[in-house]
Write a protein that binds this ligand. Structure first.
Ligand code: GRF
Length: 202
């Protein structure tokens, strides 16, 4: 079966990467396969998860010069159709988004347009939600663009904020109930679209 070749770019624990791997294993991500994992720093758990799943993995340090050029070369070498930013803490330039021929999608741990944009990442997002006193938060999968967290929204899922929540407790609930559900669903939607386009070009 024709599948879209996916590259996942991660910076840390890789739980969103693991959700994609598990969804592929359950047959829920059938139109796409994870062909490459790029970690933007060495020693992160995402690398272990890629290795355990037998997925090609490389480290391209984000802070080194030519980071974006090196990523673009790796994507080309592996014939990647689509990029998934999964717990990626960097920000790609508009130039990168334009130079890569396919879709780049990102998971954000809030309901965009709330608690997003520059400086809103990881626990800071959940701290902001708690500080504001929202009763519902959640996660968003969207197309990456040159505007941080600004691209077209693909999927969203709401999660209750409960009394006594700390940023850590809320983060975990958003990951379990929203991120790890949405990202594989979005990956399948976009992969299926890529396959339809490929088949119509045959
Ligand atoms: C999570 O807070 C996720 O929402 C954000 O990055 C953090 C770690 O994700 N995108 P992961 O475990 O590395 O996938």
């Amino acid at each position: 079966m024709l599948t879209a070749r996916i590259a996942v770019i991660a910076s840390g624990g890789g739980t969103n990467l693991q959700a994609l791997i598990d969804a592929r294993g359950r047959g829920e991500l059938k139109s796409g396969q994870i062909a490459l994992v790029i970690a933007d720093k060495a020693g992160v758990k995402a690398i272990d998860r890629a290795n355990a799943a037998g997925i090609a993995c490389m480290v391209i340090p984000r802070r080194e010069p030519e980071f974006e050029e090196k990523v673009l070369s790796a994507l080309a070498e592996h014939n990647i159709d689509m990029v998934i930013l999964a717990g990626f803490l960097g920000i790609f330039s508009g130039g990168f988004i334009r130079k890569f021929h396919g879709p780049v999608i990102n998971i954000h741990p809030a309901l965009i347009p709330s608690f997003c944009g520059k400086g809103f990442y990881g626990l800071r997002v959940h701290q902001a939600a708690l500080d504001y006193g929202v009763k519902v938060t959640g996660a968003t999968v969207h197309y990456a663009s040159e505007v941080v967290d600004g691209g077209k929204i693909i999927l969203q899922k709401a999660v209750d904020v409960l009394p006594g929540d700390t940023p850590e407790i809320l983060q975990r609930r958003v990951m379990e109930q929203a991120e790890w559900v949405l990202l594989p669903q979005a990956a399948e939607l976009v992969s299926a679209q890529i396959i339809r386009e490929k088949e119509s070009n045959i």
